[in-house]
Design a protein around this ligand. Structure first.
Ligand code: MN
Length: 228
């Protein structure tokens, strides 16, 4: 270990179901427009190559946590997503080998300052202010892959204050998990500790202070946060 001139930042991590030990997080990759109905609700066709953006690892919020309502927005949107956690890395990974990198899966919410994202889209600027803000990546406890029933089918839904607002199924993924891993790994080397948020089904919408968001993926898990 080198000596540091300021205290080293803490290691970001996510809880693991049934374990005291936590999963250390390196980077958070988020896939855009990976469900046809959501792509269409955002004004796009449903057949485009996958693309991704990054959130900082310290944007994670644990299950049961509170997300302080973020600054500079009046349009904070929820996006429930299955999250895949990599236990091994690789560059230029073949789709047939990609699932071998997966350590486990969980449920996350890709919180979005939609108004700032729209400003960025209109000005052809990066999405960081719309997507990469503090507390913008809640993630529930990860389930080791041996205990995950499927990465390819299972209901994906999100309730706001007990009312279902998003409702889809992993069968609707335009690009399945193996293709997503292969795609990202062609652009940059994936590493153990990376998370991939795999995209959101239709029904995204705004939330307000006091709202309780609960996201689920059947056979994978859940996540609950309160907007502060
Ligand atoms: Mn998303």
């Amino acid at each position: 270990m080198p000596e540091f001139v300021i205290p080293a930042p803490p290691q970001a991590s996510v809880a693991v179901q049934g374990s005291e030990a936590r999963f250390p997080v390196r980077r958070i990759f988020c896939i855009g427009r990976n469900y046809g109905a959501h792509a269409r609700e955002m004004g796009h066709s449903d057949r485009e190559p996958p693309f991704f953006f990054l959130k900082p690892a310290d944007a994670l919020v644990d299950d049961g946590g509170t997300v302080p309502f973020p600054p500079l927005t009046s349009e904070l949107h929820f996006e429930v997503e299955m999250v895949v956690a990599l236990g091994a890395g690789g560059a230029d990974v073949a789709p047939e080998a990609a699932l071998g990198l997966v350590w486990g899966a969980g449920v996350g919410i890709d919180l979005t300052r939609r108004d700032l994202q729209q400003v960025a889209k209109d000005a052809r600027r990066p999405w960081d202010e719309g997507k990469g803000f503090d507390h913008g990546a809640p993630c529930g406890p990860l389930r080791p892959i041996a205990n995950v029933s499927s990465l390819e089918e299972g209901r994906v839904w999100l309730d706001v204050n007990g009312e279902t607002r998003q409702d889809g199924n992993l069968t609707e993924l335009i690009w399945p998990v193996a293709d997503l891993i292969a795609h990202v790994s062609r652009s940059m080397r994936l590493e153990a500790g990376d998370l991939i948020y795999t995209g959101t089904p239709a029904g995204v919408g705004p939330c307000a202070a006091g709202d309780v968001l609960k996201g689920y993926v059947e056979g994978v898990g859940s996540v609950e946060v309160t907007i502060g």
